[in-house]
Design a protein around this ligand. Sequence first.
Ligand code: ARG
Length: 472
Amino acid sequence: MCSNIATKASNKMWGGRFEQGPAETMEEINASIDFDKRLYKQDILASQVHAQMLGRQGIITEADAKTIVSGLDTIRAEIDAGTFEFKRSLEDIHMNVEARLSELIGAPAGRLHTARSRNDQSVTDVKLWLRDKIDEIDGQLLALIDALITKAEANADTPMPGFTHLQVAQPVSFGHHLLAYVEMMGRDLDRLRDTRKRLNECPLGAAALAGSPYPIDRHWTSEQLQFDRPTENSMDSVSARDHVTEFLFFAAMNAVHLSRLAEELVNWNSDGFKFVNLTDAFTSGSSIMPQKKNPDAAELLRAKPGRIIGSLNALLVVMKGLPLSFMKDMQEDKEPLFDAADNISLCIRVASRLIDDLEPYKDNMLAFLDRGFATATDLADWLVVALDIPFREAHHITGELVALGVKSGRSLSEIPLEEMQAVEPKISDEVFAAISNETSLAARKCFGGTAPENVKAACIRARERFLTTSKG
Ligand code: ARG
């Protein structure tokens, strides 16, 4: 027969007005325990603080408050030990904990839910969880920034081809290239810390939506839970999810940045480039082609924005057009949050290791530079400065020399002086020093340019900016 017909007794926690229990599929769509059990530590902590506040304010007795707090300690230990039985019929972490509390301590458990609602409870739990996660990811990002700076310092003098349109453009320092990612990670870190600042207001006590008629002390609970202040408006407290959305934007942006790094690693490691060698630790073999060593970790790093942007998109779409205040729709904030947080943290940790292991094949980079006529711009600039030729004309002359090189399979510095002079008679042999990679790099010492001395100074500044100043 149809298993969907409700036969259970109504819910003990809220079922006073119900004659029947929920349909099975109702339970399936309604329950969040399968994923929000992850919030148990935060849920228990917030409940303990809430109970203490009720006791301090004389809303419940101090004795009941104490019994509740120690009962909750027992529950935390049970969940830690894996002996706690989570029940879908109890919907979520809040009711699973409260139901067990009532088994453990009896009547006082029924007083815990005075002056609060699952609406303020749920958002408080998520904020506490997210705050810890943000601090964890903050440290992981700093480790990645450290790895990038360390590698950049070691390679301030390593010339590599810089690309535009994935065509060889000009020589750059490999260290300079890595420092570009330090800037991206630094801005992402800023966004992450900004998110933390804004989320750190305590919703507890907003209750269902209107606040509470009991003489609660929201400032005290907020302080105990290390929030900066209680949230200002009770309706906003239970309705807002922008702290989650902002974090998801941070994660999406950071994942996109890391995917660009990953794509570069895949390119650099490919047979066509061979600028770097990805080590055995982060590559894998093929089940059929014995010679293969595939850059799987970098490829997965490249792919992760798919699900992380999906999470951001999912929550924005859930929230769009929702009237105030709490709606069950908002329970859908948690899975995207957990999935994105887990994955961005993994991506950052993997990226750190990939950077730690990165060793450039300097000779291959040099050969690539030559083949790509990377110092053609330097040649044109030399014609301008040394021979006083207008830049447009210098550009054209250089283009002719490049064409000569392409036709004859030689790099610019392999074209003999006489052949150059056949194109432009005033060219002298000083040109060869002007078109070396070293000269090209060293010349770009404007602030932010790729000159090795700049790169070394930029590494020192980056350490100061990100790794030695206190968290801001
Ligand atoms: N499990 C819910 C959530 O994750 C808790 C809030 C439920 N509140 C309610 N009135 N049904 O958001």
